[in-house]
Design a protein around this ligand. Structure first.
Ligand code: NDP
Length: 246
């Protein structure tokens, strides 16, 4: 899979899964645009990819802010003329049981995980429609398929991403644009590092492969979905969870 001369925008690319996705595309020849809120981390990640000999640039942007998303995407388009691949990866958790979940914990998770994907997809797809090609990949979660106690906000946001993507896949299919979802299980990143030891042990017992996934496990599926080999796949959700949700 080669992405020479292609421009890939990855949201939440300063850590964990998103950073690995950005690196994987850069290693295959793409110009990667790193998006995250923290400017220092954006610059650090961009420079790290450049030091390895690949092409990257970065912007600090909060995906929940439509006007800012539009401004940044227009800057990218002014320079590169196209965004060939969008990976909607930015996401947060604010876990609590429903009765203890505050309105702001609900709103902030829905805002980043679901509205953020609406914002980026809406603006990028305009340029993809003109180009009559494009690949849009969003990172949901297996929790959006199964639900999980303590994660009603997160599960709702990720189930929303799947429904959103199926609808947009139908809208954009005739214009050469595919829209797919990757639903990871438990992947070793900062997000899962917060789990208590006992919970980690319990989760491991639910995973037939007996291990947490790595960011590379997720990045490989994104490379495939963005490649020519996946041209006839759209509106799908690929689960990457070591068999947890079989
Ligand atoms: P991390 O917490 O390690 O990284 C999240 C990234 O998103 C960071 O780069 C963060 O940067 C960015 N981000 C958060 N909020 C915003 C925002 N409003 N605007 C722009 N960027 C933002 O998460 P993971 O790598 O673990 O997860 C990545 C994705 O994969 C998420 O969507 C998550 O829900 C999903 N996922 C993760 C799983 C796991 O086990 N780790 C399992 C299933 C799904 P900054 O804070 O600087 O903005």
């Amino acid at each position: 899979m080669h992405f020479q001369d292609q421009v890939v925008m990855v949201t939440g690319a300063t850590r964990g899964i998103g950073k690995q996705i950005a690196k994987a595309f850069a290693q295959q020849g793409a110009t990667v645009v790193v998006i995250g809120r923290n400017l220092d981390l954006v610059q650090e990640t961009t420079q790290e990819i450049q030091r390895e000999g690949y092409r990257a640039e970065g912007f600090s942007c909060d995906v929940t802010n439509l006007a800012h998303v539009e401004e940044i995407i227009n800057k990218i388009l002014d320079k590169h003329k196209s965004i060939d691949i969008l990976v909607n990866n930015a996401g947060v958790t604010k876990d609590n049981l429903l009765l203890r979940m505050s309105e702001s914990d609900w709103d902030s998770v829905i805002s980043v995980n679901l509205k953020g994907i609406f914002n980026c997809t809406k603006i990028v797809s305009k340029a993809m429609l003109k180009a009559r090609k494009g690949k849009i990949i969003s990172i949901a979660s297996v929790i959006g398929l199964t639900g999980n106690p303590g994660q009603a906000n997160y599960a709702a946001s990720k189930a929303g991403v799947i429904g959103f993507s199926k609808s947009v896949a139908r809208e954009l299919a005739s214009r050469g644009i595919t829209v797919n979802v990757v639903a990871p299980g438990y992947i070793q990143t900062d997000m899962t590092a917060q789990l208590k030891e006992q919970i980690r042990t319990e989760i491991l017992q639910m995973i037939p492969q007996g291990r947490f996934g790595s960011p590379q496990d997720v990045a490989g599926v994104c490379l495939f979905l963005a490649s020519k080999q996946a041209d006839y796949i759209t509106g799908q959700t690929i689960v990457v969870d070591g068999g947890m949700a079989i």
